[in-house]
Design a binder for this molecule. Structure first.
Ligand SMILES: NC(=O)c1ccc[n+]([C@@H]2O[C@H](COP(=O)([O-])OP(=O)(O)OC[C@H]3O[C@@H](n4cnc5c(N)ncnc54)[C@H](O)[C@@H]3O)[C@@H](O)[C@H]2O)c1
Length: 315
């Protein structure tokens, strides 16, 4: 089986690629090595994969890779992923996350892909103060990032209906772990502490997210790739809800620091108060559940960051 992984030099895509090489797959990785992409994440496995520096928005390049490699499966991680950036520069998100998706869909259709996994996000559902979202809950995105991801999902759904396209949509909750770019809450907090700087926390830090360790997420995506049904959507949540302030406190605690470094800053516009997925479907139909609890995962992440301080500082 030949798998084409787009965005494989990113945080979750590289975790998925590192796991996939341990199995009997041929792996092709495409990434445009944007600011968030880094081949160091694939350093240990570089001899086991074939890498193409390419932009998913460029049809000629993408088509030529499909023609040459003829992958059977595509797993799409490539996207612009930071909500704050999407508020400042929405156009980049529309191009990468929607136009790029369309380019991949057309190439995959032309070269008869057997399975197309698209990595979406819990953010497409919007916020929910109580209760949880199911796979058939309607999209109600709040940020340009979430809207661009929702649009990509809808495009894929239209291809599944119109062309009987073999798509699967995966919607993970917030990931954390080694190699995450330090613009996201957890690595940013660790980096600020390591540099003796203030830790910015939006509003009162009460926004709630569901936190999933990246190795569990990558394994979940692989299990859906192997056992999931074409045409289906799978939520991928951990069930571990935390307020942002609780996450920051957990990190301060692990690094033996007090709370004086916290700086509450003006809230993000349109900031969703809470996300929560119902993930019974992936448990019952695929048999996946997370193995790493938050207390363990956050410790591993802090330890990794201490060991890779130079990488964090280079970002
Ligand atoms: N990190 C999370 O908590 C989270 C949660 C749910 C869903 N997701 C989704 O999972 C996917 C991966 O997220 P991540 O956190 O690893 O992101 P990331 O920003 O670390 O990685 C994205 C990768 O895609 C590449 N890329 C971006 N635009 C590209 C383009 N036009 N052509 C080729 N490559 C391109 C980047 O260079 C980078 O390597 C994204 O689609 C994201 O929306 C992430």
């Amino acid at each position: 089986m030949k798998i084409l992984i787009t965005g494989g030099a990113g945080f979750i895509g590289s975790a998925f690629t590192r796991q996939a090489v341990l199995k009997d797959y041929q792996i092709i990785v495409i990434d445009n090595l944007d600011y968030a992409g880094d081949l160091k994440r694939l350093g240990e496995i570089k001899k086991q994969i074939r890498f193409f520096k390419a932009d998913i928005c460029e049809p000629s390049k993408i088509n030529s890779i499909f023609k040459k490699e003829k992958p059977q499966i595509l797993v799409n991680f490539a996207a612009q992923t930071h909500v704050d950036r999407s508020i400042k520069e929405p156009t980049i998100f529309i191009n990468n996350n929607i136009v790029g998706m369309q380019v991949l869909l057309e190439a995959a259709r032309k070269y008869n892909i057997d399975k197309f996994l698209h990595i979406s996000t819990d953010e497409i559902y919007g916020e929910i103060e109580q209760g949880e979202f199911f796979e058939d809950s309607p999209p109600n995105p709040s940020s340009p990032y979430a809207a661009s991801k929702a649009a990509a999902d809808l495009l894929l759904k239209s291809y599944m209906r119109t062309y009987k396209f073999p798509g699967i949509i995966v919607r993970p909750c917030n990931n954390y772990g080694p190699w995450q770019y330090p613009e996201k809450l957890i690595p940013l907090t660790i980096l600020k502490i390591l540099c003796n700087k203030k830790i910015p926390v939006y509003a009162e830090g009460k926004n709630v997210r569901e936190w999933l360790y990246v190795e569990d997420c990558a394994r979940g995506i692989a299990e859906i790739m192997e056992k999931g049904i074409r045409g289906e959507i799978y939520n991928l949540g951990s069930g571990e809800e935390k307020q942002n302030i609780e996450v920051v406190r957990a990190i301060l605690n692990l690094l033996n620091k007090d709370e004086s470094a916290i700086e509450f800053v003006k809230d993000r516009p349109g900031h969703d108060i809470r996300y929560k997925l119902n993930s019974q479907k992936v448990l019952q139909k695929v048999g996946w559940q997370p193995k790493v609890r938050f207390a363990e995962g956050i410790k591993r992440t802090v330890d990794w960051c201490l060991e890779h301080k130079d990488w964090l500082l280079s970002k």
